[in-house]
Design a protein around this ligand. Sequence first.
Ligand code: ADP
Ligand code: MG
Length: 568
Amino acid sequence: EAKKETLGFQTEVKHLLHLMIHSLYSNKEIFLRELISNASDAADKLRFEALANDSLYEGDSELKIRVAFDEAKKTITITDNGIGMTREEVQDHIGTIAKSGTKQFFEKLTGDQAKDSELIGQFGVGFYSAFIVADKVTLTTRKAGVSHEEGVRWESAGEGDYSIETVDKAGRGTEIVLHLKEGEDEFLNGWKLRSIIKKFSDHISLPIIMDKEIPAEKDEEGNETAPARVEDETVNSASALWTKNKDNISAEEYNEFYKHVAHDFQDPLVHVHSKVEGTNEYTLLLYVPGRAPFDLWDRDAKHGVKLYIKKVFITDDAEQLMPRYLRFVRGIIDTDSLPLNVSREILQQSKQISNIKAGSVKKVLGMLEDLAENDAEKYQQFWEQFGNVIKEGPIEDHKNKDRVAKLLRFSSTHTDDKTQNVSLADYVSRMKEGQDKIYFVTADSFAAAKNSPHLEVFRKKGIEVLLLCDRIDEWLVSSLTEFDDKHMQSIAKGELDLDKFDTEEEKQHQEEINKDFESVLKQIQDVLKDKVSEVKVSHRLTDSPACLVTGAYDMSLNMERIMKEAGQ
Ligand code: ADP
Ligand code: MG
């Protein structure tokens, strides 16, 4: 174990490294943000573990991050006294990509550098971004609570392999030395490094420290009165961003904090920052990402909201903080109302937590309502990324069904366009005199919905119909049966009761047809026998010769198809 071994990178890592070095070149300085972000996560983890086991601090509970550089050696060093890693953890986390959705990500790559660099921004490169500026990275780490002899050194040139060996390391935590590439000397500069830290990492809640050189002091005659010395200087503001007053936080600060908590490379779409007072006091800072993450449809994906108690990170796997239909929300909730030593089991049954969750859901819905009202373009962007997730809302969250229903957007015959931008309220406002139902058709594609024979009579009478063609839509309408006291009616089910929109002339004409066809209907019924429950003359169609209709309480045909596919 102690001996040095050389191991090959996972194929995906090689691929990622190559791509990153070439595509993120114009955005080099992000390496510092990523490494500081990891150091900050490591401190969060230690603080949490230490709640149950104080000895993990090893007498050093002042958590901090240090950034230093050496002009002669051409190195930058980032040091933290966080949780550290065991040899096994180094191997699992550095050198492999464990992210869910990795496979799909690599399948999406095109080989076109411009397109791929967009993608890589979404994927996030974390630790590997060190290789944008370094041609050798040496990571030395020691896990909190283990012996100093169980340190680990990992080293790689970022090509095919890395070496790993067990070393002695006195202090716990992680030190990362970047051996800069030829031509990257601009980073060997205190001013430059400080400005990058200010720009990207100001919101980090623990101090990021750099050496400050104080020149020698001299008296009037030029005699030295105090020698030159070096002092620690905290470069960032080192207070948790969410504890600050909204008015004192810039858009950039909100965005950078998002990138840190969400492990995202792109700006968020919108955020809500709010302090809730009362029996349960908590602060929340929640974001909607600009894009759907890779694992949005992965059942096992982690939930995105981190729980803090009194500014101490507790967990980022708090399923109970957001319902599934808001699983794309990222950010933090920090409460003073729970004891710090709360266990995960207690969290799961905590009344306070379910209270906080209910309040937070309201805030998120409010944020989305504001967005829909004030920025239609951004709301559309949101809908395109997350609409299909929000559609799970009325099924999952009965309490907020009406609010969620207002957020829904559909395609409709009003525009006949695939873009889902018609709200139920829009639909209702356009309903015809005497119309008391919201009509919709479901199909497995937009084209099929738009060309449904059931639509003919509605088009003829100028009645708008919602065109539903997403997989989730069947479930949605089985749960959302009403909006604004209007029944949601499938145009492929049962009696449509459209006669009231007929003119006198049409009514007469239909009577005649019914009579004419009486004997034909009887014959068809005799032939089909119990294969159908009834054969009728339809006034639903104007151009198509026939269509299948299900009974008002039967499963729709599309639902039947979906169930069959699912093996039901
Ligand atoms: P991410 O931060 O999104 O998980 P990274 O590539 O940045 O991805 O880091 C990969 C993993 O390596 C982290 O999740 C963590 O487990 C581990 N790691 C990285 N840096 C440190 C550090 N300074 N201290 C402890 N663990 C770290
Ligand atoms: Mg990271």
